[in-house]
Design a binder for this molecule. Structure first.
Ligand code: ZN
Length: 467
């Protein structure tokens, strides 16, 4: 074999769910061999050598849920700014949702967005397709271009993205039953929510407390129940995004037990912050569904521990500071969303460690499990022979509080600003090349590639295979 382009050695490399000593050899961006030693002769001749020592070498993180690139609502991040922050947070693969202007509701628009995004992306990316008018006729076309999932948004919204009706959901789910893939659903019941918001507004309440009152848990739970019924009826597959209350997760569990193809995710903010934090922080912690009482947060952690929740995501929603400003006086009308592409994985891992999880247990929720779910495995999400050479190198036991000023881009803010963290991202390596080195961004616009997601069975890979 020719000399490797890169060798990574370390004492704590995450392989097959364990932190082990190993040396990883990389040829042409892929892992070509894994040796169970740190013997320098193993990596002799490698063009580049990274010695992680006691730092943890994880697969690059996978973020299933980001929003970039929406000029209509002035999202501050284009693909360059957004994926630069993802890279600084250890991600090597992100999937973006279809709220562009115009929204990504046709195969043609999907293809155009793919081209546009590739010129800016610092890390590899996928794109979810859309399930809303006129995209029902376009699902197969979007799928052929690389969309394994199609986003449906149930409540009214401030984007050019019509809420999906029950009939559209039914048709979309039936399509996934025939052709593969799944429907991703933002589950808040449109009619109940519209009425509840009207009620608050009529009473002159538009502050953070009004948001909590209007977007009550039942609004989410009822929508989740309805979507799962439609999945069961059609045999289609559904992925519930950003579930915020334990009852929603329990509905997913119960329907899975009946054979329904259902998965779900939780955001870092619903796992770290609660409704008291929201009342204290205001606009920077305004999101939909909103932050929940501490008892719900704790119950969500128990569901996470039980393995029912498939992934932890950022739901990165980067409004400019000027766009967020009105929420300081009128939270009821948004804009809803928290930017955390850079912070979400490290803060989730830090909190999991504080709760007594092992690092491999926590890492699975931002690496292998999301990669399996979106069919980016076997390329992404694991350190295994044949996989992309994607790594996040982490220092544990550090004192590295969140500092929003370390974000990339013009609008740097975070509801986590000042929060202590024991984890520090040292380097992010993607397909064998550094995009972050010693905490500094070295990747540039265009270093990321579009990765089409197969809606069918993932291709075979030579697994694990420490020699
Ligand atoms: Zn979202």
């Amino acid at each position: 074999m020719t000399a490797p382009d890169l060798a990574v050695r370390g004492e704590r490399i995450l392989i097959d769910g364990e932190l082990v000593q190993a040396t990883i050899l990389v040829h042409a961006g892929r892992i070509s061999a894994i040796e169970a030693n740190c013997d320098p002769t193993t990596s002799a001749g490698a063009a580049r050598m990274i010695d992680a020592g006691r730092d943890v070498v994880s697969p690059g993180f996978v973020d299933l849920h980001v929003h970039f690139d929406n000029p209509a609502i002035n999202l501050a991040d284009d693909f360059h700014v957004g994926t630069a922050n993802s890279a600084l947070g250890g991600c090597t693969f992100v999937i973006e949702h279809p709220f562009s202007t115009p929204p990504t509701t046709t195969a043609e628009r999907y293809a155009a967005k793919r081209e546009r995004a590739a010129t800016g992306a610092v890390v590899d990316f996928g794109l979810w397709g859309a399930l809303t008018e006129p995209s029902l006729r376009e699902l197969d076309g979007q799928r052929a271009l690389g969309a394994a999932g199609f986003k449906a948004f149930l409540p009214d919204n401030n984007m050019d993205f019509p809420p999906a009706t029950d009939d559209e959901l039914r048709e979309g789910l039936a399509n996934t039953a025939r052709e593969g893939g799944f429907v991703l659903v933002h589950a808040e019941d449109r009619d109940r929510l519209r009425a509840a918001i009207g009620h608050e507004r009529a009473a002159g309440r538009i502050d953070c407390a009004a948001v909590l009152a209007a977007r009550a848990p039942e609004i989410e739970i009822e929508a989740v129940r309805r979507v799962l019924e439609l999945a069961e009826e059609t045999g289609g597959a559904v992925h519930l995004v950003h579930l915020s209350v334990p009852e929603s997760v329990d509905l997913v569990t119960a329907s899975r037990e009946r054979g329904v193809k259902a998965s779900c995710e939780a955001t870092t903010h619903h796992l770290l912050l609660d409704s008291d934090d929201f009342l204290r922080l205001g606009w920077s912690a305004l999101c939909a569904p909103p932050l929940r009482p501490r008892s719900d947060v704790e119950a969500l952690w128990r569901r996470l521990r039980d393995g029912v929740i498939d992934a932890v995501v950022s739901d990165h929603c980067p409004y400019s500071l000027s766009d967020k400003a009105p929420a300081a006086t009128n939270a009821l009308d948004g804009p809803f969303g928290i930017q955390s592409a850079r912070e979400f994985a490290l803060l989730f891992l830090d909190e999991a460690l504080r709760r007594g999880w092992t690092l491999p247990e926590a890492l699975a929720l931002v690496t292998s499990r999301p990669a399996d779910l979106c069919a980016a495995a076997p390329r992404k999400g694991r350190i295994a022979v044949g996989a992309d050479a994607d790594f996040a190198v982490l220092r544990t036991g550090a004192e590295h509080p969140v500092n929003a000023e370390e974000q990339f881009g013009p609008d740097r803010w975070s509801p986590y600003d000042g929060r202590p963290s024991t984890l520090q991202l040292i380097s992010t390596i993607m397909r064998g090349k550094p995009v972050v080195l010693d905490g500094r961004l070295v990747g540039s616009a265009g270093s990321g590639q579009f990765i089409p997601l197969s809606a069918g069975a993932p291709a075979a890979v030579t697994d694990g295979g420490i020699r």
